[in-house]
Design a protein around this ligand. Structure first.
Ligand code: ADP
Length: 458
């Protein structure tokens, strides 16, 4: 089925609108012309009739023609050049007198039209305009009628020609409007077509290309700018994805290589049971590290794909913190670290309980990892925030903006364990999902405080 393009639709709508306007204009023009032509005829008829009426007298209820010259004028005698026909009749239609140019014919009387308004009539197939005025005696009685007529063929010709011209011009005008507006529409839309053509050529490989901006700062300029911004975001997202995949494979490859190397060395020759046990322990540890890493990667990937639903509900902060502390328990025991919780009653905050627990758990395990053995972690809270403070190595100002990036790891002492640089990016991502804020205050060697803000949501 034919589906007209935008260009054709615009042109069509223009054509319909212009068609309606032209139709009204043509009708008005025709009506004005009609009126002008006929009012000229009617005026001539009336002037003539007045002249004849002045030359009529009444005697004993009889009509008498006092001025014979009025009837002898040239236009009443000839029938071919500008004739003016005259006829006087009695009230019951009998002809009293008629002008010579009528010859054998008579003007037919229409009793319904005896006022100043003329009517269209015919004399032996030729069209005339006719005026019928009553001839009233001194007492006001109608003693007869004067009929004055003149050919209206020329007036009809003028009107017919005008009619023909207008009818013929109408489709022409419509076609001109259609093609002109189609041309204008094409010119207007051409930047859109250029934008579409460029956008069609952009693939994931050529995401660095941009749509050309139109010279005028109009709606199309905004469209092109919006597409370019979209491309920018897509390109950044693609680059981030690529970086993520590369970093993730790199992080996974290291423990896998360590596992493979250890097992290869182990089977090269017969070992003592202690050696087997030692290596097996090492492999278990590396496998655990791999499992943790995969868990973190999965959580991050799912949360970035918005597949981690956040169910916001009121939760008791002490309960969440205690649960997170319990999970970090083994690590704390290994580092002989102690977490101190406030005595005060804990606030109830709006958050997703499970996601909040993962966030606090990550902050606590960092606090343990980046503090000297045997130190304490202080947890404090207010009605709308939670702070986790450690007395560890601290974070330099230049590192602060990067610590929430995926796979970012600071320049760390060997003792601080072997994370993958995902903990804080998970904290940030889960905070975003719950519309929470996370901030950090820290100084190198002066300890670090992470704060979660539970702002009121609108
Ligand atoms: P990971 O702990 O696996 O390195 P994170 O994303 O949790 O990854 O942390 C990123 C970096 O931020 C860490 O490598 C470390 O340099 C710094 N960092 C995070 N928490 C602390 C902290 N409590 N004290 C000092 N540095 C920290």
């Amino acid at each position: 089925m034919f589906k007209p393009g935008l260009r054709d639709r615009i042109a069509f709508h223009y054509m319909v609108a212009a068609g309606a306007i032209f139709l009204v204009v043509f009708l008005l023009l025709y009506a004005a012309m009609h009126r002008t032509v006929y009012s000229h005829l009617d005026r001539d008829l009336y002037v003539e009739a007045r002249g004849v009426i002045r030359s009529v007298a009444f005697l004993n209820q009889q009509i008498i023609f006092t001025d014979e010259s009025e009837w002898q004028e040239k236009e009443h005698k000839q029938a071919d050049v500008n004739p003016m026909f005259l006829q006087v009749i009695t009230p019951n239609g009998a002809v009293i007198r008629k002008s010579p140019n009528l010859e054998g014919q008579s003007l037919s009387f229409d009793p319904k039209h005896t006022d100043r308004r003329s009517l269209n009539a015919t004399i032996s197939n030729s069209a005339v305009r006719q005026l019928q005025l009553p001839l009233q005696g001194p007492e006001g009685t109608t003693l007869g009628y004067l009929l004055v007529a003149m050919p209206r063929q020329e007036a009809e010709n003028v009107l017919t020609n005008l009619h023909r011209v207008l009818i013929a011009a109408f489709p022409g005008v419509l076609l001109v409007v259609f093609f002109t507006s189609r041309w204008i529409a094409r010119r207007t839309i051409s930047p859109v077509e250029r934008i579409t053509a460029t956008a069609e050529q952009i693939t994931s490989r050529t995401l660095n290309e941009r749509v050309e901006l139109p010279p005028n700062q109009d709606e199309l300029f905004r469209l092109a700018t919006t597409i370019n911004e979209l491309l920018e975001r897509l390109q950044n997202a693609m680059l981030r994805e690529r970086q993520f995949t590369e970093d993730a494979s790199h992080e996974l490859r290291t423990p896998l290589a360590a596992l493979k190397g250890t097992l290869e060395v182990l089977i090269r020759k017969q070992r003592t049971p202690q050696e087997y046990e030692e290596k097996a322990q090492y492999c278990i540890m590396e496998t655990q590290r791999l499992a943790d890493l995969v868990d973190h990667l999965l959580l991050l990937a799912r949360s970035e794909a918005n597949q981690v639903p956040a169910t916001i509900a009121p939760c008791d902060l002490r309960e969440v913190v205690e649960s997170a502390t319990k999970r970090v328990g083994p690590l704390m025991t290994a580092w002989r670290t102690k977490a101190i919780l406030p005595e005060t009653q804990s606030p109830t905050v709006s958050a997703d309980r499970n996601l909040l627990e993962v966030m606090i758990q990550n902050l606590l395990s960092n606090a343990v990892k980046y503090s000297p053995e045997g130190s304490t972690i202080e947890i404090t809270w207010s009605s709308d925030s939670l702070q986790v403070r450690d007395h560890g190595i601290g974070i330099s100002d230049e590192m602060k903006p990067r610590i929430f990036n995926r796979f970012f790891r600071g320049d760390l002492p060997q003792s601080s364990g072997d994370g993958a640089g995902l903990g804080l990016s998970i904290v940030k991502r889960l905070a975003d999902l719950q519309h929470l804020d996370v901030s950090v205050k820290s100084e190198p060697d002066g300890g670090t405080t992470f704060e979660i803000h539970f702002a009121e949501r609108p």
